[in-house]
Design a protein around this ligand. Structure first.
Ligand code: ZN
Length: 501
């Protein structure tokens, strides 16, 4: 069936919206990488103007009319086709977006900016009280937002759906409860196994060499020519303007090698966007399907590759040589242990592979309690500290390194945190499947051959973009929905008492 004229008209509108949103991403990148700090006010206005223009084009009655007119065309197509997927996904996006009154949308954006500014001052001042009114306002706005979707099983589902389309809080709880059960004893086992940090990583790695290493690993992992950038920033992230404009960032500290792991992490995000099918580019389908699936990709390159035995067998001699003589006294075994050590700590983003998930579960539970009114914002610091002690045996010395450590709640972002751990879980489901398809994967990694892995991911996950829901995308790649068991088995095998790491 030839696409009707209405389809081309719709595609043109959606391409305009996509272009504007990508320009906004580039402005966001610019703000965090290039812009002088005093430009923040003007940049905020520019972002708001572009958001409004994209919103007006997308929610115009004409978009709704075209979507209506194209129902019979959609029904005539294979549901897996690009056209049918574009119509299905755009209709869902449209229906969700028009449900939110413009004034509530504006209020949420404004509260997000103000809350972020308040958080940025409150954290270094260790002053939760100055931030509390913003959190209270965020919660009030979130409740109003949730009320617009009375068909949801529970309030949290509405917020989660913004980041992980179609996922339910009840499904996350099943996964997290199972993880909690296993991870708490596993942390104790791993503590026995690794002992205390011996300071191997706490060396002064020269910044220029860190940067050279970050570039080297990204090129080794692989990508098309002339389509990637790597720049320094304060909080590493990945962004870009299309499949051949991938911008990743990292942070160079005077000691340690966090920049290297952050580069591998952001490479995973960048590769996902880079390998979306070119036919989907410049449409709302041209990008990663969800935060959770995105995180499965970043954590795969950071942990399943970047903290694995085969990788370091290949890469450690190079690393030693590049930083020589800094690591001359550290053998591969000592290095491998140092980059994998498990040790409960205060800060989520610095946490190891196992305890990271406990930081997430704690936040997920608190978000639900806040939304339900079981925990009031004024009691949040004490609840936070109590649970840090319960889950990780950690005493929290200050709110700055406790409840105020992440920017998410500052911007009013609720429902985002669980996607980090969902990504961890899915990464291993995918990894197990790749090992079935590529039985010599470990040998390939040990020889520094990353193309088979990269191509598998492109073919089975990346190319689909947003055509299917996150769980449908996972099911197509591995044959099942989210399941924590492979991930737990991987952690036990790697860090458990039974089999030394
Ligand atoms: Zn990430």
């Amino acid at each position: 069936v030839a696409a009707p004229k209405a389809f081309d008209e719709l595609k043109t509108r959606l391409a305009q919206v996509t272009d504007i949103n990508r320009v906004r991403r580039i402005l966001g990148w610019d703000m965090q990488v290039m812009m002088p700090a005093a430009g923040a006010g003007a940049r905020g206005e520019q972002q708001a103007t572009l958001d409004r223009i994209a919103y007006d084009i997308f929610t115009a009655p004409e978009t709704g009319r075209l979507l209506e007119e194209l129902r019979s065309y959609e029904d005539s197509l294979d549901p897996d086709s690009d056209d049918a997927s574009l119509l299905r996904v755009s209709r869902k996006d449209f229906e969700k977006t028009v449900r939110i009154p413009a004034d509530l949308r504006t209020e949420i954006v404004k509260a997000g900016t103000e809350g972020f500014m308040a958080w940025r001052l409150a954290r270094p001042a260790n002053d939760f009280e100055s931030f509390r009114p913003h959190l209270e306002h965020h919660m009030e706005l979130r409740r109003r937002y949730v009320e617009l979707f009375p068909e949801a099983d529970e309030p949290y589902d509405v917020l989660l759906d913004d980041y992980e389309r179609g996922m339910k809080a009840s499904e996350v709880r099943v996964v997290f409860d199972r993880m909690k059960e296993e991870l708490v004893p596993l942390v104790a086992e791993a503590r026995e196994l690794y002992g205390d940090d011996d300071g191997t990583l706490a060396r002064a790695f020269p910044k220029d060499k860190q940067e050279a290493m970050a570039r080297e690993i990204i090129d080794l992992f692989g990508h098309r020519e002339n389509s990637w950038r790597l720049d320094p920033t304060v909080h590493p992230f990945a962004s870009g303007g299309g499949v051949d404009d991938i911008r990743i960032t990292t942070k160079y500290e005077p000691t340690g090698l966090e920049s290297f792991f952050a580069s591998m992490h952001e490479y995973g995000h960048g590769l996902y966007e880079h390998q979306v099918a070119p036919e989907l580019d410049r449409t709302p389908l041209g990008g990663g399907v969800s935060l959770g699936m995105h995180e499965s990709q970043s954590r795969m390159w950071e942990n399943l590759v970047g903290r694995s035995r085969p990788f370091w067998r290949f890469f450690y001699p190079r690393l030693q040589e590049r930083f020589s003589p800094l690591l001359d006294d550290v053998d591969e075994e000592t290095w491998f242990r140092a980059v994998n050590i498990v040790q409960p700590s205060l800060i989520r983003i610095a946490a190891d592979e196992i305890t990271y998930n406990m930081h997430i579960i704690l936040r997920f539970e608190l978000e639900q309690d806040l939304l339900a009114g079981n925990v009031e914002p004024r009691d949040l610091p004490s609840e936070w500290n109590r649970r840090m002690d319960e889950y990780l045996g950690i005493e929290v010395p200050s709110d700055a390194d406790g409840v105020l450590q992440d920017m998410h709640w500052g911007t009013g972002t609720i429902g985002y945190f669980p996607t980090y751990s969902l990504g961890n879980v899915m990464s291993v489901q995918i990894w197990e499947r790749i090992k079935e398809d590529l039985p010599d994967l470990d040998d390939r990694l040990e020889r520094g051959e990353f193309a088979p892995l990269r191509e598998w991911l492109g073919e089975h996950i990346h190319k689909h973009g947003r055509k299917f829901t996150p769980q449908e995308t996972l099911e197509r790649a591995v044959g099942s929905r989210i399941d924590p068991e492979p991930y737990l088995a991987y952690l036990r095998q790697k860090h458990g008492a039974a089999t030394p790491a």
